[in-house]
Design a protein around this ligand. Structure first.
Ligand SMILES: [Zn+2]
Length: 204
Protein backbone atom coordinates (compact mmCIF):
# COMPACT_ATOMS: atom_id res chain seq x y z
CA UNK A 1 0.00 0.00 0.00
CA UNK A 2 2.75 2.43 0.90
CA UNK A 3 4.40 1.74 -2.47
CA UNK A 4 1.25 2.77 -4.33
CA UNK A 5 0.87 5.90 -2.23
CA UNK A 6 4.53 6.79 -2.67
CA UNK A 7 4.11 6.52 -6.45
CA UNK A 8 1.30 9.08 -6.29
CA UNK A 9 3.48 11.62 -4.50
CA UNK A 10 3.66 14.86 -6.44
CA UNK A 11 6.84 15.89 -4.76
CA UNK A 12 9.39 14.05 -2.65
CA UNK A 13 12.67 15.27 -1.20
CA UNK A 14 15.21 14.49 1.49
CA UNK A 15 16.24 16.88 4.23
CA UNK A 16 19.83 15.81 4.99
CA UNK A 17 20.93 15.26 8.59
CA UNK A 18 21.20 18.51 10.59
CA UNK A 19 19.57 20.59 7.82
CA UNK A 20 16.15 22.17 7.16
CA UNK A 21 13.78 23.09 4.34
CA UNK A 22 10.84 25.48 3.93
CA UNK A 23 8.14 25.12 1.28
CA UNK A 24 4.53 25.95 0.47
CA UNK A 25 1.78 23.47 1.27
CA UNK A 26 -1.49 24.49 -0.44
CA UNK A 27 -4.87 24.02 1.24
CA UNK A 28 -6.21 20.43 1.01
CA UNK A 29 -2.77 19.07 0.07
CA UNK A 30 -1.45 16.16 2.17
CA UNK A 31 2.14 15.75 3.24
CA UNK A 32 4.05 13.01 4.93
CA UNK A 33 7.02 13.51 7.23
CA UNK A 34 8.94 10.25 6.97
CA UNK A 35 11.78 8.97 9.13
CA UNK A 36 13.83 6.99 6.54
CA UNK A 37 16.36 5.48 8.96
CA UNK A 38 14.39 5.53 12.26
CA UNK A 39 14.76 7.35 15.60
CA UNK A 40 15.08 10.82 14.04
CA UNK A 41 13.14 13.89 15.19
CA UNK A 42 11.76 16.45 12.70
CA UNK A 43 10.93 19.91 14.07
CA UNK A 44 7.92 21.39 12.25
CA UNK A 45 6.66 24.98 11.93
CA UNK A 46 3.68 26.22 9.89
CA UNK A 47 2.42 29.69 8.99
CA UNK A 48 -0.69 31.02 7.25
CA UNK A 49 0.81 31.85 3.83
CA UNK A 50 -1.57 34.82 3.47
CA UNK A 51 -0.73 36.25 6.92
CA UNK A 52 2.35 34.64 8.47
CA UNK A 53 1.69 36.31 11.84
CA UNK A 54 -0.80 33.45 12.20
CA UNK A 55 1.33 30.46 13.11
CA UNK A 56 1.05 26.90 14.37
CA UNK A 57 0.66 27.27 18.14
CA UNK A 58 1.59 24.26 20.23
CA UNK A 59 -0.10 25.97 23.19
CA UNK A 60 -3.44 26.38 21.37
CA UNK A 61 -3.10 22.80 20.11
CA UNK A 62 -2.60 21.44 23.65
CA UNK A 63 -5.48 23.65 24.87
CA UNK A 64 -8.00 22.65 22.18
CA UNK A 65 -7.17 18.94 22.24
CA UNK A 66 -6.96 18.82 26.03
CA UNK A 67 -3.81 16.74 25.77
CA UNK A 68 -0.03 17.00 25.65
CA UNK A 69 -0.09 14.38 22.89
CA UNK A 70 -1.81 14.42 19.50
CA UNK A 71 -3.72 11.63 17.78
CA UNK A 72 -5.01 10.77 14.31
CA UNK A 73 -8.10 12.87 13.54
CA UNK A 74 -7.04 15.76 15.76
CA UNK A 75 -5.93 19.19 14.53
CA UNK A 76 -2.89 21.38 14.97
CA UNK A 77 -4.26 24.86 15.72
CA UNK A 78 -2.99 28.37 15.09
CA UNK A 79 -2.51 31.13 17.63
CA UNK A 80 -5.92 32.39 16.38
CA UNK A 81 -7.44 29.02 17.38
CA UNK A 82 -8.11 27.98 13.79
CA UNK A 83 -7.33 24.45 12.54
CA UNK A 84 -4.16 24.63 10.42
CA UNK A 85 -3.45 20.93 9.80
CA UNK A 86 -5.18 17.65 10.61
CA UNK A 87 -3.32 14.45 11.45
CA UNK A 88 -4.67 11.92 8.90
CA UNK A 89 -2.27 9.03 9.59
CA UNK A 90 0.49 8.27 12.08
CA UNK A 91 2.53 5.06 12.29
CA UNK A 92 4.38 6.17 15.46
CA UNK A 93 2.03 7.93 17.90
CA UNK A 94 4.67 9.67 20.01
CA UNK A 95 5.44 13.33 19.26
CA UNK A 96 6.26 16.45 21.29
CA UNK A 97 4.42 19.76 21.62
CA UNK A 98 6.49 21.17 24.47
CA UNK A 99 10.14 21.78 23.59
CA UNK A 100 11.73 24.73 21.78
CA UNK A 101 13.99 24.07 18.80
CA UNK A 102 17.58 23.21 19.69
CA UNK A 103 19.72 26.35 19.47
CA UNK A 104 23.29 27.56 20.06
CA UNK A 105 22.16 28.72 23.51
CA UNK A 106 20.76 25.26 24.34
CA UNK A 107 23.97 23.52 23.23
CA UNK A 108 25.97 25.92 25.41
CA UNK A 109 23.74 25.62 28.49
CA UNK A 110 23.01 21.89 28.43
CA UNK A 111 26.17 20.44 26.84
CA UNK A 112 28.86 23.11 27.35
CA UNK A 113 29.38 23.40 23.58
CA UNK A 114 30.47 26.99 22.97
CA UNK A 115 31.67 26.56 19.39
CA UNK A 116 29.61 26.13 16.22
CA UNK A 117 27.00 23.36 16.24
CA UNK A 118 24.19 22.88 13.71
CA UNK A 119 20.80 23.59 15.29
CA UNK A 120 17.12 23.61 14.40
CA UNK A 121 16.91 27.29 15.42
CA UNK A 122 19.60 28.31 12.91
CA UNK A 123 18.20 26.01 10.23
CA UNK A 124 14.74 27.56 10.68
CA UNK A 125 16.27 31.03 10.53
CA UNK A 126 18.07 30.18 7.27
CA UNK A 127 15.14 28.54 5.45
CA UNK A 128 12.44 31.01 6.62
CA UNK A 129 14.54 33.90 5.28
CA UNK A 130 13.67 32.58 1.81
CA UNK A 131 10.03 33.48 2.58
CA UNK A 132 10.87 36.88 4.04
CA UNK A 133 10.34 35.69 7.63
CA UNK A 134 13.00 36.65 10.15
CA UNK A 135 14.04 34.87 13.36
CA UNK A 136 11.18 36.46 15.34
CA UNK A 137 8.75 34.15 13.50
CA UNK A 138 10.31 31.01 15.01
CA UNK A 139 7.96 29.47 17.61
CA UNK A 140 7.83 26.30 19.64
CA UNK A 141 7.72 23.62 16.93
CA UNK A 142 5.61 20.50 16.64
CA UNK A 143 8.48 18.07 17.27
CA UNK A 144 7.55 15.05 15.16
CA UNK A 145 8.84 11.68 16.45
CA UNK A 146 10.24 13.34 19.61
CA UNK A 147 9.38 10.91 22.38
CA UNK A 148 8.78 13.07 25.46
CA UNK A 149 7.21 11.14 28.31
CA UNK A 150 5.19 13.17 30.80
CA UNK A 151 4.88 11.76 34.33
CA UNK A 152 2.14 12.39 36.85
CA UNK A 153 4.33 14.62 38.98
CA UNK A 154 5.08 16.79 35.92
CA UNK A 155 8.54 15.39 35.31
CA UNK A 156 9.59 15.06 31.65
CA UNK A 157 11.88 12.47 30.14
CA UNK A 158 13.10 12.53 26.54
CA UNK A 159 13.37 8.93 25.40
CA UNK A 160 14.61 7.56 22.09
CA UNK A 161 12.06 8.05 19.27
CA UNK A 162 9.76 5.07 18.66
CA UNK A 163 9.98 5.57 14.88
CA UNK A 164 11.34 2.70 12.82
CA UNK A 165 12.76 3.10 9.29
CA UNK A 166 9.95 4.25 6.98
CA UNK A 167 7.56 5.36 9.73
CA UNK A 168 5.65 8.58 9.06
CA UNK A 169 3.02 11.07 10.13
CA UNK A 170 0.61 12.39 7.50
CA UNK A 171 -0.93 15.87 7.71
CA UNK A 172 -3.49 17.68 5.56
CA UNK A 173 -3.43 21.48 5.22
CA UNK A 174 -6.59 23.36 6.23
CA UNK A 175 -5.15 26.65 4.85
CA UNK A 176 -2.49 27.66 2.33
CA UNK A 177 0.62 27.22 4.44
CA UNK A 178 4.31 27.96 4.56
CA UNK A 179 5.90 24.97 6.29
CA UNK A 180 9.43 24.61 7.65
CA UNK A 181 10.92 21.26 8.69
CA UNK A 182 14.31 20.37 10.14
CA UNK A 183 16.12 17.10 10.71
CA UNK A 184 17.01 17.78 14.36
CA UNK A 185 20.72 18.32 15.05
CA UNK A 186 21.02 16.83 18.56
CA UNK A 187 23.53 13.96 18.66
CA UNK A 188 24.33 14.44 22.36
CA UNK A 189 21.24 12.81 23.92
CA UNK A 190 18.57 10.14 23.43
CA UNK A 191 16.45 12.72 21.51
CA UNK A 192 17.69 11.26 18.19
CA UNK A 193 19.14 8.08 19.77
CA UNK A 194 22.65 9.57 19.86
CA UNK A 195 23.11 10.32 16.15
CA UNK A 196 21.55 12.46 13.44
CA UNK A 197 19.79 11.13 10.35
CA UNK A 198 17.81 12.58 7.44
CA UNK A 199 14.06 13.24 7.10
CA UNK A 200 12.03 12.66 3.93
CA UNK A 201 9.06 14.78 2.84
CA UNK A 202 6.37 13.65 0.43
CA UNK A 203 3.60 15.96 -0.81
CA UNK A 204 0.45 14.59 -2.46
ZN1 LIG B 1 16.84 20.20 16.98
Amino acid sequence: MSGRLMDSAKDRFIIPAQEGRAFKLPKDRKMRVIDPEGKQVADFLAFNAAEPREYLSTGATIDNNGSLYIKVGQYLYSNLYQPMLQVTADTVGAHDLLHPPCSPEMYRFQYGIAGPHPSCQENFKRVLAGFGLDESYIRTPFNIFMNTRVYEDGRLEIKEPLSKPGDYIELIAMLDLIVAVTACSVAESSCNAGRCGPIMIEIY
